[in-house]
Design a protein around this ligand. Structure first.
Ligand SMILES: Cc1ncc(C[n+]2csc(CCOP(=O)(O)OP(=O)(O)O)c2C)c(N)n1
Length: 466
């Protein structure tokens, strides 16, 4: 059984139609080609549609199953396995900078106005307001936790400034039972799913109520209930894991989908390539991998241009346009689940904050550049303009919501700060399902040591053993 190529390999069909005598026939051919392209894209066995193919294949260039459909011109084409090429007698190097680049899909302009009403996802008032509230709550939480790190109250933090549209737009288009493999700058996705502020704060404080039992750096969230896999610091490790999980879903035909978020810098890691080769992904291109700007990271056209080379359907979207991200993620989810194929989404955005609290971005980019993105392209400002134009939002609501947001975040923050750390023995648990002897010995040694030198350890700051 032969597999089909993608739509592009069939462009020859429309040119062959020119040689057809009647316009009606041309139209018929066009329609069957259109319908074929759907079949072809879904990689259905060609043998099922020999008639259609024969009709359309006056100059058809792909080997087909049934003998009677075989193209007469097949010997004029190279037939190396996996290739869709033509022969050429010219030495012509493919110049990566000679084409226009992959276009960026958008729904709203920079002022938050819908460009083509047909693309407005027409979400109801409750949902769009919730999207706006989650984006602004995330922003408020970021401000307070960033400041708290600066005051030495938590050890580390990473803000999500400017990327709120990418988080909320994609999260709102997914199903709750879809699995998320994040990098570290996707707190909004978790917030959309209902991760409480208390849990964010407990994690950043690593206190006794932290789901990760205080073993991870701040912002390394995870939630089994919300199908959000715990973040790990080494870049790109989530990518092959996500692909493995997706493969398990595919085998189980569970109808679930896996979304893997990663930065454009991360897609230069070795693990990323292994994952692409086997996969489905969502990339956030926020302009910088710490101090490395995107134009230094890539000679080519960003991340999306790599997709076709791996045989992945790919799309680029304005990550600051929450509706564009929503539409693209929804369409990608449908396609991915119905056809069992990976999709690569490159969400173009801009990291307004420093990379983390260990970074000072003024060392490698200008304040004017940041100011430009903050003031002209901010996803929150755009969505707010939309809400106001729909009369879903006004200054009064904004004022009340801002106060409410701040109060909620401050309350959670104060509670988390007061809690003690998890019992220090937790350090030894959960490494193995059954604790092996060498870890048991280490635990015993530590217990004796702490008992002997208790006055030198801040044991009162840690929870008692349960
Ligand atoms: C394997 C590995 N190498 C290097 C690092 C250090 N590091 C942490 S974040 C980062 C930049 C990643 O940039 P990007 O993927 O674009 O994400 P962004 O931080 O911009 O959201 C680097 C190099 C790491 N954590 N893991």
């Amino acid at each position: 059984m032969f597999k089909f190529g993608r739509l592009k390999s069939f462009s020859i069909l429309s040119s062959s139609s020119r040689s057809l005598r009647s316009r009606t026939l041309q139209k018929k051919l066009y329609l069957s080609t259109k319908c074929l392209s759907k079949i072809i894209t879904s990689q259905s066995p060609l043998a099922k549609f020999p008639r259609l193919i024969c009709m359309a294949s006056g100059k058809f260039d792909v080997l087909v199953g049934p003998k009677r459909c075989m193209s007469l011109e097949v010997e004029d084409r190279p037939n190396f396995p996996g290739s869709r090429s033509k022969w050429t007698e010219k030495i012509e190097f493919i110049q990566p900078d000679l084409y226009d680049g992959i276009p960026v899909y958008r729904v709203m302009n920079r002022k938050g106005e819908i460009i083509d009403p047909a693309n407005d996802p027409q979400l109801d008032e409750e949902k769009v307001v919730k999207m706006y509230q989650r984006m602004t709550l995330l922003n408020t939480m970021d401000r307070i936790l960033y400041e708290s790190q600066r005051q030495g109250r938590i050890s580390f933090y990473m803000t999500n400034y400017g990327e709120e549209g990418t988080h909320i737009g994609s999260a709102a288009a997914l199903h709750d039972d879809d699995y998320i493999f994040g990098q570290y700058r996707e707190a909004g996705v978790l917030m959309w799913r209902g991760f409480p502020l208390d849990s964010f704060m407990n994690q950043c404080y690593g206190n006794e109520d932290d789901l990760g039992k205080g073993r991870q750096m701040p912002v390394h969230y995870g939630s089994q209930n919300l199908n959000f896999i715990t973040i790990s610091s080494p870049l790109a490790t989530q990518m092959p894991q996500a692909v493995g999980c997706a493969y398990a879903f595919k085998r189980a035909q569970s109808g679930q989908c896996v979304v893997c978020y990663f930065g454009e810098g991360t897609s230069s890691e070795g693990d990323a390539h292994a994952a692409f080769n086997f996969s489905a992904t969502l990339d956030r291109n926020n302009g910088y991998a710490i101090s490395t700007p995107t134009h230094e990271q890539y000679r080519g056209d960003g991340v999306a241009s790599r997709g076709p080379a791996y045989g992945i359907s790919s799309i680029r979207v304005d990550g600051n346009d929450v509706f564009a991200v929503y539409n693209v993620t929804k369409a990608a989810r449908e396609l991915s689940v119905s056809e069992n194929i990976p999709i690569l989404i490159e969400a173009m955005t801009y990291r307004i904050g420093h990379h983390s609290t260990s970074d000072d971005s003024s060392a490698y980019r200008s304040v004017d550049e940041v100011q430009y993105w903050d003031s002209t392209q901010h996803p929150i400002a755009r969505l707010r303009s939309y809400l106001v134009s729909k009369q879903y939002w006004d200054d009064d609501k904004e004022k009340k919501w801002k106060e409410d947001c701040k109060r909620q975040v401050m309350q959670s923050f104060a509670k988390a700060e007061k809690k003690v750390k998890p019992n220090w023995r937790e350090l030894f648990y959960d490494v193995y399902h059954t604790m092996p002897n060498h870890i048991k010995n280490q635990l015993k040694y530590m217990e004796e040591h702490v008992k002997e030198y208790e006055e030198h350890y801040p044991v009162k700051n840690f929870a008692k053993e349960k």
